[in-house]
Design a binder for this molecule. Structure first.
Ligand code: IMP
Length: 453
């Protein structure tokens, strides 16, 4: 297979929120100096929160739009594997337009086959959550019901907005009204989260729901295309670079993540193959990078990681690294770096590079603890993506000398980073069996260091 030299994929290597948005934004900025670029997102929906810091210092959280929105030369694709919430997407497009002060932004193309994720899905997910004893599981953005529509053979797709078949919309609404009723809820009365300023939206009657959707369809129509021809042409064009921005992370994948608190989309790179209908084999992508936090891990949801951290240190990290959900604002759980889990995710995800963010989260008074193995009943055991199993294993830790936060934040080249950080990086790369592509040493744009030769 011919590898495309100027192709780069970034996925979450742990449990999400690793800082992918910033990496994609910086990479794209660098690549647009070289010519044409397509930025392709193939999974997830409004559950993602990718934070980008603009040259002005302004921070923008993007949810459904790829992080290259502020690169006017880029074409961003919302691919077939995504579930798209039209009203949240329009809010986001408007926000980007305001922040860009009407200057040109990236060109948006939405695959007509991408699946719709609507207020009906959010309402049903909320009703289901109450029925499941109020588990704090999902982000509440109706992601899994929208994906379930595909498996149950009744999805609504972006192309349904083009011809706006009211009968199909009515059938969809009535199905979800019945599902909610079965769980003791009245769909029309239910309030669901929205990105719009109000924060909540009442689903409303069939007429209200349809009227809203019709107005959104009118606004979105010009973005919806059959993107496969464009993808086939540009992928084989040596002058066009490709960046793939995955959402969520391999640790949240339903096949590879900590089951059952997983998301419904395909979070590993093989999702690119199915979203592009075989045009792009992910093995042909030159850089297949997983983004992880360097000195700790974070997680939101019901999963309990084997390496959960002492709360005093967790609080310190949570405040210093702003570990609160970009979509839900929930405080994130903080855990010691688990190299056993990360190695498994890299292996099942076909990863050849890692990007390590938050290298500055290191305290001179506290050694850096990383998990290098598990035992179960006194015997060494491997990773298995199953919560019940992970509750039973005991992590084996190794400690590393910390480095000064201030010194590493000031470093601008690999040579300038403190010696203990170099020792730590070499150990992590060896354990993960990949190479290190890049590290970040602080939140600012110039606080990223390329390690790849
Ligand atoms: P869902 O994707 O809303 O169905 O949520 C399923 C699980 O994935 C929950 O534990 C969420 O907290 C988690 N999750 C979904 N999206 C993200 C993300 O972007 N970052 C971190 N966790 C996420």
């Amino acid at each position: 297979m011919k590898v495309k030299a100027n192709s780069f994929a970034f996925c979450g290597g742990a449990f999400g929120d690793e800082g992918k948005g910033r990496i994609v934004d910086e990479y794209v900025n660098h690549l647009t100096k070289q010519g044409k670029i397509v930025v392709y997102r193939d999974n997830g929906g409004a559950n993602a929160g990718h934070t980008v810091t603009l040259p002005t210092g302004e921070r923008v959280a993007l949810h459904q739009l790829p992080s290259a929105m502020f690169s006017p030369k880029a074409t961003v694709v919302l691919g077939k594997g995504m579930v798209i919430h039209p009203s949240d997407l329009l809010t986001e497009i408007e926000e980007v337009r305001i922040i860009a002060k009407n200057q040109k932004v990236a060109t948006i193309m939405i695959d007509e086959m991408a699946v719709l994720s609507l207020d009906t899905h959010r309402a049903f997910e909320a009703a289901l959550k109450m029925w499941q004893n109020g588990s704090k599981g999902s982000t509440g953005r109706g992601i899994s019901p929208a994906y379930a529509d595909v498996l149950l053979r009744h999805p609504l797709r972006m192309r349904d907005l083009l011809d706006f078949d009211e009968k199909k919309i009515q059938e969809h609404y009535e199905l979800y009204a019945a599902l909610c009723k079965g769980l003791g809820e009245e769909l029309a009365d239910m309030k669901v989260p929205t990105l719009a300023e109000t924060g909540v939206q009442q689903v409303g009657s069939l007429t209200e729901f349809t009227t809203r959707l019709q107005a959104q369809a009118t606004q979105l129509r010009s973005y919806i295309h059959d993107v496969s021809t464009m993808v086939a042409e540009t992928w084989h064009d040596p002058d066009c670079s490709y960046v793939f921005e995955k959402a969520q992370a391999i640790g949240l994948d339903a096949r590879w993540g900590v089951y059952p608190d997983v998301t419904a989309s395909n979070t590993a790179l093989d999702g690119i193959y199915s979203a592009t209908e075989g045009i792009i084999d992910h093995h042909a992508i030159a850089v297949r990078a997983a983004v992880i936090k360097a000195t700790y891990m974070s997680s939101v949801g019901t999963r309990v990681l084997p390496t959960m951290m002492d709360e005093a240190l967790a609080i310190r990290i949570r405040e210093d690294a702003h570990e609160y959900g970009a979509t839900t604002k929930r405080p994130r759980d903080i855990a010691y770096l688990d190299l056993v889990a990360l190695r498994y995710y890299a292996q099942v995800g076909d990863i050849n590079y890692h990007v390590l963010t938050h290298m500055d989260i290191s305290y001179l008074d506290t050694p850096i603890k990383v998990c290098v193995g598990y035992t179960l009943n006194g015997k060494k055991v491997d990773y298995r993506p199953d919560q019940e199993y992970l509750l039973k294993v005991k992590p084996v830790y190794k400690e590393f000398a910390p480095w000064s936060m201030k010194d590493i934040q000031a470093a601008r080249t690999y040579d300038e980073i403190p010696e203990p950080a170099k020792i730590f990086l070499a150990f992590v790369a060896k354990q993960l069996k990949t190479k290190i592509l890049m590290i970040t040493t602080g939140p600012k744009r110039d606080q990223s260091i390329w390690v790849r030769d």
